[in-house]
Ligand binder design. Structure first.
Ligand code: NAD
Length: 505
């Protein structure tokens, strides 16, 4: 169904708006999800004209190669309003323009406000929206908020209180763009549409679950922000704990926003809160030092722009979460994420337990014991490749009875990947439809911060320099020891990791 809506994008000249929001809105327009009865107001400090703004919109959708007419038609829905978010009068001008556009496009008072700006401004913006009458319309009012939502539990709670003065929880759409990714949404399909998995999705059959979110980039131009944040807050608090909750939650009664949220929150609340000693034992950090990826040389983190030369900020974290409920008791959830790692990739590995007895151990020539049977592993490839694989043991061809792991593999083709909607496109459509399933509820955010704060507080207390790891590796030795001391290892290493060790040509 075509939508009638007025989007107001705060931060309309920014990187996020140009790289993600405008292209996503264009795709929705092209596919007919946005009809002709919509308008977008872009606001930011720069004194742009509508004409300049239209040029920016057209250049941000150029990669889709629209016809001139299509690009012009789309851009004609965009209006620019120079605006300092701290200036009350500017909201009056915004209201005037909003009312005019409402009438022009028969928008019926439907409003979506997208806060593509620093979170420091969120409170000011929403309180002005209310005080200056921008919410005095008959349609729906929704606000989309970018990460980071706070920088610890207390600041997130304060921010939430401020926003709740104006918007109800149902009207707040907190973005975690991972939840818009095709394969993240596929976690639920794999689990709940396949009896072979859901029936064994517990501590009787699963040995451990691993989530790896590797980036090959460094901090780029975000050094100032990143140095105050670090990998734990930047990645674990949101994306990793969201993935973990989708993997660990019980099957919802129905695939609805309410039921899924209820189960995700229960899963997050079952994660064990570690003592300081347990944090030291179960979590390790790292900071990249100079190194190379392929033929490219990279400087170390402390040499990056806007980074303190004595910085203690982690650019890598690996750790073990434990979930104290009947389903997961005793199953470690290992997670790791970092910058300047060997290659970019996000993967989930579900490692199943070994069969109780290896009946083949006497039927083979050569050494064979319990360990020679490889575990079954379900791998979910989130990005950049998308798909899943299942490793099973089969018999090697020939007379003996040596078992060999065989991989059943499905990868989405690059054509499919290219044509699947971008995460932001899906999330914008969800927000238009009033569907909050793939956004994070306050209770999830709150619990994730409480978990992460506990780890952070211990590290802040210790004031230690994180162990270094060379750019282009998969993190410090400590990350390997974390699993080795429990008789396990990381299942996934990128191809390049094997190449560096001469194990792959
Ligand atoms: P940016 O610095 O490129 O853009 C910030 C925008 O805010 C600009 O349009 C700027 O003009 C505007 N602005 C700043 N101060 C203002 C003021 N006082 N009044 C009016 N406008 C003002 O930032 P960005 O990369 O677009 O990120 C925006 C938000 O989205 C941040 O919270 C960021 O953490 C988050 N985010 C960005 C990305 C991304 O890919 N860029 C990804 C995830 C989250």
């Amino acid at each position: 169904m075509k939508k009638t809506v007025l989007f107001t994008i705060f931060g309309g000249t920014g990187d996020l708006a140009r790289r993600k929001l405008y292209p996503s809105l264009f795709r929705l327009y092209q596919k007919g999800n946005l009809g002709e009865d919509f308008a977008v107001i872009g606001t930011a400090r720069r004194p742009w004209s509508d004409e300049t703004y239209h040029e920016v919109i057209k250049s941000s959708i150029a990669s889709f190669q629209p016809s001139n007419k299509e690009a012009e038609d789309f851009a004609s829905h965009f209006y620019y309003q120079s605006h300092n978010v701290k200036d009350t009068q500017h909201y009056d001008a915004l209201k005037k323009l909003s009312d005019e556009l409402d009438e022009k496009y028969s928008i019926q008072g439907n409003r979506i406000f997208y806060l593509a700006m620093s979170p420091n401004f969120f409170g000011t913006i929403v309180s002005h929206l209310k005080s200056q009458g921008l919410l005095n319309t008959n349609g729906y009012h929704r606000v989309i908020i970018e990460k980071p939502f706070g920088n610890d539990y207390q600041s997130a709670a304060d921010l939430n209180d401020e926003i709740n003065q104006v918007f109800t929880e149902e009207e707040i759409y907190r973005i975690d763009h991972y939840l818009g990714k095709e394969m993240i949404q596929n976690i639920s399909a794999i689990r709940f549409a396949n009896l072979i998995f859901e029936s064994i999705w517990n501590n009787r059959y699963i040995d451990n679950i691993q989530i790896s979110l590797a980036e090959d980039v460094g901090v780029e131009e975000r050094g100032g922000y990143y140095d105050k944040s670090g990998a734990l807050k930047d990645m674990v608090q949101n994306h990793i704990l969201q993935m973990l909750s989708l993997l660990a939650m019980k099957p919802p009664v129905a695939f609805s926003e309410k039921e899924i949220r209820t189960e995700k929150i229960k899963a997050l609340e079952s994660i064990r809160m570690f003592s300081e000693e347990e944090v030291r034992k179960n979590f390790v950090r790292g900071q990249y030092v100079a190194g190379e990826i392929g033929d490219d040389q990279f400087r170390g983190y402390r040499e990056e722009e806007n980074v303190d030369e004595n910085s203690l900020t982690e650019t890598f974290v690996a750790g073990k979460f434990l979930i104290d409920n009947f389903r997961w008791s005793g199953v470690p959830f290992y997670v790791r994420t970092g910058k300047r790692l060997t290659e970019k990739g996000t993967r989930i590995n579900v490692v199943f337990k070994q069969v109780p007895v290896n009946v083949f151990k006497d039927s083979v020539t050569g050494p064979c014991d319990q360990k020679s049977l490889a575990p079954n592993i379900l791998t979910i490839y989130i990005q950049p490749t998308e798909g899943f694989s299942l490793t099973l043991n089969g018999k090697e061809i020939g007379q003996g009875f040596q078992t060999d792991p065989i991989k059943l593999e499905h990868r989405n083709s690059s054509d499919i990947i290219e044509n699947t909607p971008e995460a932001y496109e899906k999330l914008l459509l969800d927000a238009l439809n009033g569907d909050g399933t793939n956004f994070t509820h306050w209770d999830e955010v709150a619990q994730s911060w409480k978990i992460v704060d506990r780890i952070r507080e211990t590290w802040d207390k210790d004031q230690q320099t994180p162990p270094g790891y060379r750019a282009g590796t998969m993190g410090p030795d400590e990350a390997y020891q974390l699993l080795e001391k429990e008789g396990r290892h990381w299942v996934w290493e990128p191809d390049e990791w094997y190449r560096q060790r001469g194990l792959l040509k």
